[in-house]
Design a protein around this ligand. Structure first.
Ligand SMILES: Cc1cc2nc3c(=O)[nH]c(=O)nc-3n(C[C@H](O)[C@H](O)[C@H](O)COP(=O)(O)O)c2cc1C
Length: 266
């Protein structure tokens, strides 16, 4: 099956598409690019490099509004700006009572939409836990309590949940967080890349949050049990990232040092 629509009138037969195709799906025949129905995975290298915009990927034929020409010689963010952005990002656990809207979550999904992923599979999907937070936390605790002798924080969660007078602003898993963004995929790297981009986009919108080790641990302890909470998600997937997200009520004023990053050359 052909995956590409190649506009013969536009094609100048330069062969760049053939050169960059890692599935050997294009041949130049009589000076024109031809989809030879090899093993195209719709990665779009051919269509995004084509100097005359002669190639359309059939699978995305209805998404043409997503195709945007840009100046390839102009990188939209400088190294200094990007680094400053990274420097200023902080883990935030202290939030206003105000919730993040669905419209804003839609904006954040663009971080995942434009993420790289294995074999262009695009299987990362997300859940916002909001109203179901109490049940979700109970479910998480029922799974990670198997590790409470190893981690004082998990034991503390059990004590907190049993204490009827607990401080709602001092939740040992959520702190002041009321909303949680979870990423599911069959591949950890895909999920973590997507979530990290969402985290940075969130920061660009004045939002904040923290990745949660202990919520994430539920997947490692018992993925099958965890996935029972998400009947709408393919149970072959794992919850590979959990990000507590909110509107910060604190303002960070300065950067902080970190341990030097080891870089090995071999
Ligand atoms: C994978 C991962 C898991 C984390 N787990 C938790 C957590 O369970 N609870 C929490 O309050 N912070 C958690 N954090 C936040 C770290 O404590 C925080 O990133 C670290 O202290 C460095 O601070 P910074 O993010 O402001 O640079 C986690 C961060 C990562 C990357």
């Amino acid at each position: 099956m052909k995956h590409l629509i190649i506009d013969e009138a536009k094609c100048i037969g330069c062969g760049l598409c053939k050169q960059v195709c890692i599935r050997d799906n294009i041949e130049i025949v009589d000076g024109k690019a031809v989809d030879i129905e090899s093993n195209c995975f719709d990665c779009g290298q051919c269509s995004t490099l084509c100097p005359t915009n002669a190639i359309t990927i059939k699978a995305y034929d209805n998404d043409n509004e997503e195709i945007e020409d840009y100046n390839p010689d102009s990188i939209p963010v400088s190294y200094d700006d990007m680094l400053q952005f990274y420097k200023q990002r902080r883990t935030c656990r202290w939030f206003k009572d105000e919730k993040i809207s669905q419209e804003t979550f839609d904006k954040l999904m663009k971080g995942a939409y434009y993420s790289p992923n294995r074999q262009n599979i695009q299987d990362v999907e997300f859940v916002v836990v909001d109203e179901k937070m109490p049940e979700f936390i109970d479910h998480i605790y029922s799974i990670i309590s198997a590790k409470e002798d190893e981690f004082f924080r998990i034991k503390q969660v059990g004590e907190y949940l049993r204490d009827e007078n607990h401080d709602p602003k001092r939740h040992p898993l959520l702190w002041e967080g009321q909303q949680l963004l979870l990423a599911f995929s069959e591949n950890k790297t895909d999920a973590v890349i997507a979530m990290t981009r969402i985290e940075l986009l969130a920061y660009s919108l004045g939002l904040g949050g923290f990745h949660s080790l202990f919520i994430g641990m539920a997947d490692e302890v018992d993925n099958k049990e965890l996935m029972k909470f998400f009947p709408e998600i393919d149970s072959a997937k794992h919850m590979y990232a959990a990000f507590v997200i909110g509107i910060p009520r604190v303002k960070y004023r300065r950067t902080r040092p970190h341990k030097e990053i080891k870089l090995h050359y071999m």
